[in-house]
Design a protein. Sequence first.
Length: 557
Amino acid sequence: MPMYTVTVATGSQWFAGTDDYIYITLVGTERCSERTLLDKPLYNDFERGAVDSYDVRVGEILGDIVLVKIEKKKYWVQDDWYCRYVTVKTPAGDYVEFPCFRWLVDDKEVVLRDGQAHLPQDEKTSLVKQHRQKELETRRKTYRWKEWQPGFPMSIDANRHRDLPRDIQFDSEKGVDFVLNYSKAIENLFVNQFMHMFQSSWSDFGDFERIFVRIKNTISEYVMQHWKEDFMFGYQFLNGCNPVLIQKCTKLPDKFPVTHEMVSVSLERDLTLEQEIEAGNMYMVDYKVLDDISANTTDPCTLQYLAAPICLLYKNAQNKILPIAIQLGQIPGDDNPIFLPTDGQYDWMLAKIWVRSADFQYHQTITHLLRTHLMTEVFAIAMYRQLAAVHPVYKLLIPHIRFTIAINTKAREQLICECGIFDKANATGGGGHVQLVQKGVKSLTFRSLCFPDNIKMRGVDKKEDLPTYFYRDDGYLVWEATKRCGSLFHTLKKKKGSISLPLSCSIKNQKQLEFTSNWRAQTSAKTDLLPPTPPPNHHQNLIIFSLCQYQHFLKIS
């Protein structure tokens, strides 16, 4: 009697094992095996981290094994199980691996395909075609779209982390609890005795030194010594946490009436302001998106304010970027003066602090929340809904979105929700952060998501102009590496060898790659986010998806 040996690997994370009954059915091109209980006498099967082997006897050879069906039935109480993979050894001695990497919850069954990548047009049998279609139909019922706030990119239909499908939840929900992590951070910084300072204004800058005594290093000490200086202020626009706003100034806007007489003392080349602009030595940062955003009023005892500043930056003879004029509002007038380095020391310092405050609000809400987290979630949901697990693009993308939807759901549950941490800590809390994301979505364009296009649109693409713009240099490297990765991925390894599979030829014309249109439709459904014309190609869509992820590395880390 022919015998197949199946090896089942259980996950190593907490609570991955199970005491429930596990059944397996092998589906071949010629016939199926009987539904077989995987159980060894006097043995604790499917323990956490275990790799167990079982024999499955059949009456006749099944042919090529194309599907493996796994079922879990309750033994005593419901006991979730995480299966990593199943390997089948055929009577001929061949091994076929069926990746799983998912949870089986309740009395659930999963049907697995082998680990090779398969395009839908390459499916040979009606059986696998039907399975592929059924998989996507099930996914579309599981991964549903929802608009969390009007004007936001569409997100997952789940109010809480525990409402998410088990496969995309965190392994440990407590590990990403924002409230718990906040308390741990305070404890780790050894600042418990200074917590009272957060309830009122700090008395002097020495409080910073006393609070952050536990995290001193050469960089933090250097910043502590030089943070008041203009060169450090300007450097932050190039390589700080939000190096995405600086743009070359080719003409001063009417709303920012800086004159040569105002800034002549700051210019070093014996040129007028207009000549410096023509020479390409002037840059500008405009926080116009913050205009008319409501400041946080959740605590009536603590008034909070927001500015929408414009900052003029000058590249001096030493290639340092220096601020030479700051206007804290968008409408010029007597009540909205232009601050200059020649003003009083504390007037100028306070103007720079307001710019830094605006930069923080923009970074946290648009650069970070919108352009990395929320945009990536749209890609992720579209991928789950449109691509089968055996699709090559699914295999390429899935490692990069493992916890994207989970962390975003946690953020909506604890961080940016009403009375969340954002309301307690940020000037844009209490609804301003929602308005800011809504405005950010309306100004978002496809080109702004393409890193080289974004850099060029801002006029900061030439290294000779800004030799110390390391964010640009690193970003180009990441972009090119991602392109190379996509090109290498064109060759898919199959059982009988390898075939060349150019994405532009074999993938772009097949229906499942409509996921790139799916995310565009969901993102721009109720906004003017993206133009109606399609992007240049699907390859660039994949690079943009990756760059939404890599922004964390480039700007956050």
